[in-house]
Structure formats: structure tokens, C-alpha cells
Write a protein that binds this ligand. Sequence first.
Ligand code: CTP
Ligand code: MG
Length: 228
Amino acid sequence: MYLLIPAAGSGRRMGSSRNKLLLPLLDKPVLAWTLAAIKASRSVRWVGIIGQPDDLPDFKEIVISLGMTKCVHWIPGGTTRQESVYKGLQALPVVAERVLIHDGARCLVTPELIDRCAAALLRSPGLIAAVPVKDTIKVVAPATQLIASTPDRRQLWAAQTPQGFAVEPLTRCHDEGIRQGWEVTDDAALFEQCGLPVTVVPGEESNLKVTTPMDLAIAEFILRQRGK
Ligand code: CTP
Ligand code: MG
């Protein structure tokens, strides 16, 4: 299986001066935890790390320190996640029929979840890992701060990565997104907007995305609980 890692962000919400994926989490950088899970997955053979050129030396050091024997490729990222993934898709070998996309910032992903998504991808053209939401979610009008509606929580799932797709339709959806000016925060949204089906695979509650300093503290707690 081919896997792309969007890792070209800046970590604005983390409030740090460098890419949050290079911040320490216990004894290694955030991205090293993500890569260690990918290294341990049975299904992934080819890894494309999408990053900003400035971060390349640090990323290289992480890959070397993990002794990754899988094929690891470097892909220069874009100014948005959407653009970074698009560049990743263009860098895939022509023989790649399916691809998993996993955010570098979801550093607590398990090899088992990656492998479950890879297996499910053989049966469906689009899928995401997701978990039922725990909070009651409100739709709020930005101008007035008034609640517009309260969607039925039983139908709400929080999207995670890995997300997996057949490469050819996903590339077409990205092209359409560029033509139409769609701004999305995950790849499934492009698939959906093009009317293509996306299946949900049960994710993991601990598969959080490191976004704010508090997430780093929670990630550290979870890793310690795992005996790391
Ligand atoms: N990402 C990317 N290219 C970008 C922006 C984001 O590859 N131009 C990646 C991030 O590195 C991250 C994933 O997409 O692994 C999810 O993005 P997010 O959590 O929003 O990370 P950042 O964009 O770095 O954080 P922020 O939005 O707070 O600046
Ligand atoms: Mg972002």
C-alpha cells in the first residue's frame, strides 16, 4: 500500500515558532511517533512525506533514526493541506491504484488502524477512520453568534486519518476542487462533493490530532499509559 503523510504545516494553533511535528513528545519529535506506527504497519510499503523544504534536514534525521527500511520519498508541500495532498498525489508512482493519507499530526495512530484501513480500501474506493462524537455539536451563525441548529448527535462522527482512496478518482476530485474553488480540510470532503461514496471505518479514540499545547500534554499521557 502507498501512504502519503501531509507534514507541511506550520502549527499556527500550537503557537510554536517551528513546525509542530518537530516538537518533542517524550523522547522523540511528534513526526517520529507517526512514522514509527507506519514503520510497524504490515500493509504499507511506500511512504511519501510531504513537507516544507526548510524542514527536510530534520525530517531526514527522523527517518534515519527510525531505521525505516520501507521506501521513503520526499515531496515538497503546498500552502494548504489540500494543496500539499494534491502535490503528494502527483508524486505517486503511476502504478499506484490506491493510497492512504495520514496526517503527520496524528502521531498516536496504531499500526493496527493503518492496516485495518488498508484492508478495507481493497473493498471500497473511499474511506475514512472516524469515531462517534462525544459532545453535542451546535451550528452557529458567525455574524450573530446565535445557534442555527443542533444536529442529531447519533449521526455525527469525528473524522480522523488514515483516509484512503482510489488514486484516479481522488485526483479527479482534487482537480474539480481547484476548478470550483472548494476549500476543504480533508480529502473525503472532495470525494463527497463529487458525489462519490466514502465509507467509515471505526477509528480510535486515542488517535487524536496534535493541534494545541494541550493535545501534546494529552498525547504524552496516552503514550505513558501505553508504556512508552
Ligand atoms: N499540512 C500540510 N500542508 C499544509 C498545511 C498542513 O501538509 N500547507 C499538514 C500538517 O502538517 C498536518 C496536517 O496537514 O500534519 C493537518 O493539519 P493541521 O493539524 O491543521 O496542521 P497545521 O496546518 O500545521 O496547524 P495549524 O492549522 O494550527 O497551523
Ligand atoms: Mg492547518
